[in-house]
Write a protein that binds this ligand. Structure first.
Ligand code: DNO
Length: 353
């Protein structure tokens, strides 16, 4: 596996030098943030990102994310042009040495939480989700907004966007993802890039909005739309694991050859549709991190891995979920977990043989 770490660019208080000091760190996961969804990223901006990483002896082979504009997702009239722009970004990134692109197909909201500073008993804080709180903030009825919302929309824009998705429903979203994949995957194959869709977080519909990358049945359907290796997954344990119906160990083994990017994090499910984010190790939460890694390695997984959201510990403040300390602890745990499972399965790192 290649251990990576998310970096938000030059403004990120966590510098590349600090990232490089995490044991076994191979590269960064980043994106060009100066373009709006749907725009083509300039060659210069991509090259600059790569150069910054390489100057710090880090690779830049994974992009998270090239965002999919809403109009592609709801199938607006500009969708074909926007899909062509998306293809151009894939070509440019492939040329620059990017091998994996993470993206999602979640309508309107990306990840959604009800709390950003949930107090844990050890004095740390982390992101948390409580469905009752979320539902009480229905944007069609309430004036409040939740963490994770794109604040660039006015309330009215948000409402009309939500209405569009309600009209097309789940099958409409499937149709639009099919159009997207059929255009984009051949380009990715050509460019030597693996596309890795991020599951919906949390993995169920909210406010009547359809969400489809949620469970085994739907992931089967998704992968079969274009049965190419380049049409793959970001296996995000914290997202898929929020639903007790998802058997993550089974899914990890089943999809191993289509998983190009692994987001490892743990959550503690406290009730139905209620959870908080916890430290990475298996015993800290509800997710069998060991079982997942073992299932993947048994099937020869050799993709990119990153520690996902961390708690805020040791007084750190910063971008929610993306501080340094707990993610670095997560990275160290991941290295240990892989070392243990690899030695158990084949006596060492597969790549050393
Ligand atoms: C949250 C992230 C997501 C992810 C996107 C991928 O912390 O896991 O925002 O980057 O969904 O497109």
């Amino acid at each position: 596996m290649k251990l990576t770490f998310r970096w938000y660019g030059e403004k990120d208080p966590i510098t590349l030098e600090k990232i490089k000091q995490i044991p076994k760190m191979s590269g960064i996961v980043s994106a060009v943030y100066s373009f709006s969804p749907g725009e083509v990223w300039s060659y210069e901006s991509i090259a600059q990102l790569k150069e910054s990483a390489n100057n710090a002896s880090l690779d830049f082979e994974v992009v998270e994310s090239v965002p999919v504009p809403e109009e592609i997702k709801y199938g607006g009239e500009n969708a074909p042009t926007l899909i062509e722009n998306y293809c151009e970004n894939i070509r440019r990134l492939g040329k620059a040495g990017v091998r994996c692109i993470c993206y999602n197909f979640m309508p309107v909201f990306d990840w959604l939480r009800s709390e950003l500073e949930h107090k844990n008993s050890d004095g740390s804080n982390s992101l948390a989700y409580n469905e009752d709180t979320v539902l009480s903030m229905d944007p069609l009825k309430s004036e409040l907004s939740l963490p994770g919302w794109d604040e660039s929309y006015t309330k009215n824009e948000l409402k009309s966007l939500i209405e569009k998705y309600k009209e097309i429903g789940e099958e409409g979203l499937w149709k639009n993802i099919e159009n997207f994949l059929k255009a984009v995957i051949p380009v990715a194959e050509q460019a030597g890039v693996n596309m890795a869709i991020h599951p919906d977080d949390p993995p169920w519909g909210i406010f009547g909005l359809p969400r489809i990358i949620t469970c085994e049945k739907n992931i089967d359907r998704f992968l079969n739309i274009v049965p190419s290796k380049a049409n793959g997954l970001t296996f995000c344990t914290g997202s898929l694991g929020a639903s007790k119906d998802n058997d993550l160990v089974k899914m990890a083994g089943k999809y191993a050859d289509r998983i190009h990017f692994l987001h490892l994090r743990n959550i503690l499910i406290t009730d139905d549709r209620e959870f908080c984010e916890v430290a990475h190790p298996t015993d800290c939460g509800s997710i069998d991190m060991f079982g997942i890694v073992k299932a993947l390695l048994e099937k020869g997984f050799d993709g990119y891995v990153r520690p996902d959201h961390g708690r805020m510990i040791w007084g750190e403040r910063g971008k929610y979920g993306y501080g340094l300390y707990d993610r670095a602890l997560g990275a160290a745990y991941i290295v240990g977990l892989f070392e243990g499972v690899e030695k158990m399965l084949y006596g060492g790192d597969k790549n050393d043989k």
